[in-house]
Write a protein that binds this ligand. Sequence first.
Ligand SMILES: NC(=O)c1ccc[n+]([C@@H]2O[C@H](COP(=O)([O-])OP(=O)(O)OC[C@H]3O[C@@H](n4cnc5c(N)ncnc54)[C@H](O)[C@@H]3O)[C@@H](O)[C@H]2O)c1
Length: 364
Amino acid sequence: MQKIDVAVIGLGGMGETHVGAAKSSPFVDRIYGFEPDEQRRIARAGELGVIPATLEEIMGNASIRLIYIASINEMHVPQAILALQSGKAVLCEKPMGLTLREASELIKVQKETAGFLQIGFELHYSKLYQSVKERIDAGLIGTPVLNECRYFCSEGHHKNSWRSKGTGSFLIPEKLSHYLDLQRWFFSDEFDTVYSASAPKVVSYFNHRDNHQITTKYRKGGVATLNFIMYIGETFKRDPTREMLEQQCDDGHFLQYHICGSKGAIETDVFKRRLRRWEFTDSPQDNCMQSRIVECITFQPEEDQIWFHNTAGQNVRIAELVAKGLPPEVSSMDAFETMKLCFAAEHSENENRLIHYSEIDKLI
Ligand SMILES: NC(=O)c1ccc[n+]([C@@H]2O[C@H](COP(=O)([O-])OP(=O)(O)OC[C@H]3O[C@@H](n4cnc5c(N)ncnc54)[C@H](O)[C@@H]3O)[C@@H](O)[C@H]2O)c1
């Protein structure tokens, strides 16, 4: 088996996850780590058990074939471009740029270099959402027509952090890109129009908006909604003896999808660790349409990572793809389409109007 060396750019919380995944991969040999501040680089590299290196050392080291970018958002595109131009494969965290123009510049460089570029939409690797996709593609709910995502969480971004300093609709590309990406994936379609509204914010020290109500009309007729607020659920502070998701569920957190098709429906509920599927029947002998639950899948807390946010699974898989010379599994063009939807929703909030896909070119 051919092993590769990898580097992780940005050794914060997500960088640590990337390092952990690289350590667990049979395809990875040495792991290098970069932070801009030298003292922090050495300290974090020591804590995480990786080799500290400067960007120049990483880009100039031919044995490093794959770079995981987990730095702050504004550095994603410049660092991904540098890595691609240095001949490296790249897994870059979302968001794919601070603007659509930036994202399109990255796409341009990917095309010029023909390099490996995948954006970190790791929900494609989550067993929960893969199970949804398989069922839709197998025709088990007929033609999907409605997709509602409800995401209520508790405010967890600290005062004066780079996240709370983000402006405008910062959270759409930063956080909601995952959930809009899934709606595109489940519909296998692109949006026609999008309208997003944001109520006055509740978290006073956020520079950015803290709620988004995004309604998207897809080309084949499907409609998706994403209702996101950031303050109802309590944080996990009260009772450390209680299992985390169970308490969060009780506290008012929601992360649910309801996907309704012409023959049935699927619901996913992260906080209940559950996927349910309904079948609809409408036979001549019934007075009305019958709806019944035909499938209910649950899973255990120790399986959470694989079922929800399978970043580790994504990263291990990407190391394998790069080691074997295979292409990305989620193309950067696909991620770019999601970014179009994100920035169109942002534009809609800024201008308080419906945005058509045909206007996207003006945003680039
Ligand atoms: N895919 C996901 O579900 C997911 C989850 C969390 C975070 N993320 C993404 O990962 C990235 C990092 O988030 P985090 O939670 O680890 O934040 P964090 O603040 O914990 O870490 C960011 C790190 O980047 C470092 N940094 C600052 N400037 C840098 C530069 N010029 N070059 C390299 N590193 C630099 C910081 O010192 C810090 O260590 C963000 O872009 C975020 O959107 C993705």
